[in-house]
Write a protein that binds this ligand. Structure first.
Ligand SMILES: Nc1ncnc2c1ncn2[C@@H]1O[C@H](COP(=O)(O)OP(=O)(O)OP(=O)(O)O)[C@@H](O)[C@H]1O
Ligand SMILES: Cc1ncc(C[n+]2csc(CCO)c2C)c(N)n1
Length: 329
């Protein structure tokens, strides 16, 4: 079929029959989690650049995980708030303890390690230089939610070195053991989704940023129950699955808090079979980094939804005016 690009009015009503999509997501969902949802805020080693909403995010997410030097960023975040005494600062830090710190711990500062250690935070050292602190963190998150024995082990082994977890790559070993034994493919016991919102990992060193992108693709295969999102000061970034995806949002959310968006075939060339609800909608549109045919600088024109049907999963970024989000709280 011939490719097509249609330029729409700035706001159009969009209605999509349910049979046309297998996936549905609410754009502002990262701000509005159900109390029962399994979710993790993953703090990577970059300055927390969403300070306006950081404490709100903290309260929404079930567990908080610091990847190595991410713990320094959490600790230092409170310094940016206007508190006068060290006592007040430490009180605030004690009210916001992460559930885990994990990594080779080459970036974790001594004062930060001491503070979190003395306040009972689980700090897991993993020395392997064949995986990143990011991957160590996602394996840990899977174990936390899907392996009841893992949490038991942490409570029993409180005085054992590293909670009895092998220093080299114990988390990966436990994770692989879980995957061998878990009944992941049993349709009568579907695994609840785990939402991970990563702060950092983008906008810094380029190899780290590309590694962050690889996690969309590798997790889709290894842990398909994980929905990974990155939030930066400017963007929400996630993977649009193939087979039709409906993205919904409140009209006012779109009008006030969202800017441009881009469909980014970073992992592999693909074809955008159809989009409905973008300013520049496309059909049968081959897209790849090498040809330069990438739908960047696009935006939502659907009043409250947008439909994207890509042949393969594709990275999507949505500009979010994070500094304005405080109006919502
Ligand atoms: N400059 C950066 N730009 C983007 N992301 C980063 C950067 N530095 C660290 N990160 C993210 O934070 C995580 C923890 O980083 P940390 O600095 O503690 O360890 P690292 O030794 O640099 O990273 P790793 O051990 O994972 O290679 C990394 O795995 C990565 O996802
Ligand atoms: C082919 C290859 N390239 C790079 C590294 C280095 N590396 C990858 S992850 C990691 C851990 C960082 O905390 C390090 C050092 C490797 N092992 N193998």
């Amino acid at each position: 079929m011939a490719e097509k690009c249609i330029e729409n009015e700035d706001r159009i009503p969009v209605e999509i029959e349910p049979g046309r999509y297998q996936h549905e997501m609410k754009l502002e969902g990262f701000l509005n989690l159900k109390p029962t949802s399994k979710s993790a805020l993953l703090i990577l080693n970059q300055e927390i650049d969403v300070p306006e909403i950081f404490l709100n995010l903290w309260s929404y997410y079930d567990i908080k995980v610091c990847a190595d030097g991410g713990a320094n960023r959490l600790y230092d975040f409170f310094r940016t708030l206007e508190f006068t005494t060290t006592l007040e600062l430490d009180e605030l830090r004690k009210k916001h303890l992460p559930n885990y710190i994990i990594g080779d711990l080459d970036s974790l500062r001594d004062d930060v390690r001491q503070f979190y250690l003395s306040n009972g935070v689980v700090i897991i050292k993993q020395n392997t230089q064949y995986s990143t602190d990011f991957t160590k963190s996602t394996n840990l998150i899977t174990l936390h939610f899907n392996d009841p024995n893992f949490r038991k082990m942490l409570t029993i082994n409180t005085i054992t070195d590293n909670f009895g977890i092998d220093f080299e790559d114990g988390i990966h070993l436990l994770y692989h053991k879980l995957k061998e034994t878990a009944d992941y493919n049993n349709p009568s016991h579907p695994i609840p989704n785990i939402k991970i919102l990563a702060l950092g990992g983008i906008d810094g060193r380029f190899d780290q940023t590309i590694h962050s992108m690889t996690q969309f693709y590798t997790l889709r295969i290894s842990d398909p129950f994980i929905d990974l999102y990155y939030l930066t000061h400017t963007d929400l970034i996630f993977l649009i699955p193939s087979s039709g995806c409906l993205i919904t949002y409140e009209k006012t959310f779109r009008d006030k808090f969202i800017g441009c968006c881009g469909l980014l075939p970073i992992g592999a060339p693909t074809e955008l079979v159809e989009t409905i609800g973008l300013k520049w909608d496309i059909q049968n549109w081959p897209t790849s980094v090498t040809t330069g045919r990438v739908s960047s600088n696009n935006r939502f024109c659907g009043i409250d939804k947008c439909f994207i049907n890509s042949k393969d999963p594709i990275v999507f970024n949505v500009e979010i005016f994070v500094d304005r989000l405080t109006e919502l709280f």
